[in-house]
Design a protein around this ligand. Structure first.
Ligand SMILES: N[C@@H](CCC(=O)N[C@@H](CS)C(=O)NCC(=O)O)C(=O)O
Length: 202
């Protein structure tokens, strides 16, 4: 079994943190995304969307999409629970995970791609869309600060995959100069706590 990854990209980091929290060892194959290692015919046979992470099982089955990979491992290693246990926990974590992924991670990604032109060799770079995406991501910081005024972690009182997604998006956003403001004390408090977990180094 092995995981196709990239040391600097935020989505593979989500999986690395998830596995570190679960205490699962993994063999990582690091791709150079800038050089287009993810766009070779060999890699695209594993994921036609040409993205990392991809988990390759020993029988050759390939699973892409961060949450699909996390769910695969969670079913086999339920402890510690990062996707919830009771119906209400599972639904609440899913809600926050999707909110963070769709409204924050996606827009941080657009800001990075369209402000830096990092992938200009493979897509049209639209600077105003980068600027708009940065604004939308910044607005989510404010919503998360408000949410974290009422709960210790994003989906409630327990650390979950929603925290992992948010941490990876927020840390990656520094590359486009988006940082948590001093006026967002709850988000700062949360970031300090989740960054201090050993898994954050994964
Ligand atoms: N929805 C996918 C997103 C994966 C993704 O966007 N991966 C980025 C790295 S963070 C990538 O492989 N980019 C390479 C490219 O676009 O060429 C997931 O959750 O895994």
């Amino acid at each position: 079994m092995r995981m196709y990854s990239s040391k600097t990209a935020p989505n593979p980091r989500r999986v690395r943190i998830f596995l570190a929290e679960k205490g699962i060892d993994m063999t990582y194959v690091d791709l150079d995304l800038k050089q287009g290692d993810n766009r070779t015919a060999e890699f695209m046979a594993k994921n036609m969307f040409a993205k990392v992470p991809v988990l390759e099982l020993d029988d050759g089955t390939c699973i892409s999409e961060t949450m699909a990979i996390c769910r695969y491992f969670d079913l086999q290693h339920p402890e510690p629970p990062l996707l919830g246990q009771s119906p209400i926990e599972v639904a609440t974590i899913e809600m926050w995970q999707r909110r963070v992924e769709i409204h924050l991670m996606t827009f941080v990604g657009f800001a990075f791609r369209h402000l830096t032109g990092f992938f200009a060799d493979r897509e049209t770079v639209v600077k105003p869309w980068g600027e708009e995406s940065l604004k939308r991501a910044a607005a989510v910081y404010q919503l998360l600060d408000s949410r974290l005024s009422e709960s210790r972690f994003i989906a409630g009182e327990s650390y979950s995959v929603a925290d992992i997604t948010a941490l990876c998006a927020i840390d990656f956003a520094k590359i486009v100069e988006l940082r948590i403001e001093d006026s967002q004390p709850n988000l700062l408090r949360w970031h300090h706590e989740v960054s201090g977990r050993p898994s954050a180094q994964a």
